[in-house]
Write a protein that binds this ligand. Sequence first.
Ligand code: FO1
Length: 309
Amino acid sequence: MTILALTGGVGGAKLSLGLSHVLEPNEVTFVVNVGDDFEHMGLSISPDVDTLTYTLAAIVNESTGWGRADESWDCLSELENFEADTWFQLGDRDLALHLFRTALLKRGKTLTEVTQTICERLGVEYKIAPVTDSSLRTRVLTAQGSLAFQDYFVRLKCEPEVSAVEYHQRTLASLSPAINTDEITGVVICPSNPFLSIDPILEVDELRSLLINRDFPVVAVSPIVGDRAIKGPTAKMMRELKMPVTCVGVAQHYIELMDGYVIDDADAHQMREIEELGIRVRNAPSIMRSLEDKVALARVCVDFLKELR
Ligand code: FO1
């Protein structure tokens, strides 16, 4: 059994942690969004890869969901004294990881190789693969013009109204060699932002055509509960992109890519509408506060995949 879990951001990392309690390291590969990656003060930043790495290494900052636990901020406050750019907050320990990654990339290692090395050093046994080693970058088209992802997300706090999302250099992106496409027995699409986390992963042609022409089941978990996103700007973006802000709206977005859909208990009344789209549905508690919540939701996904196979 090899399951691919497509993930980006904090919601994806939570379900991924649950999956790591249900599956053995040789049974799952975590395929991570790199559309948020950028260069900041000369450092190569890969936020979604790091969020997942820190989460699986049990050293993530639990209150933000990103960055390191037990963090100190001396470097950032020195930068403030210099009146340098401090809108993107890198703590001291996080900074060490960034220095290490940037140095290895400069020496010619790929992001896949560097991620493997960092996982080994942090004791993460699971395979975390950036979807591609190419520079696939998300840009958000807004009322304030075309914005680089982190400008939109962190600097402007997702405030500008969004009219479209673009993925730059997608045509150059080939799948990371760490992702073995011969042995896939199922795919889980984590409850990450569809436009900012999952779509950029699916912009890698090889992966998208694999999912469209699949001979394995795909299960997605809705990031919308009621008419709200559990975290982040998903609901706001759906409204601005004129989509229905419901789990049905997300189902329509993924329609050609999925066979099974896990929705929250609160949305169980929408099951029939989703089944009419030709998708099988399960409802479950999907708000992941505790480790038990994460493991329980992961188990629902894995059992559902087995049923659909
Ligand atoms: N998110 C913020 O809202 N503000 C930050 O200053 C910030 C810094 C940061 C540093 C390292 C890292 O790995 C993640 C960081 N994030 C920050 C989170 C990140 O921007 C988002 O979680 C993702 O890009 C969206 O999935």
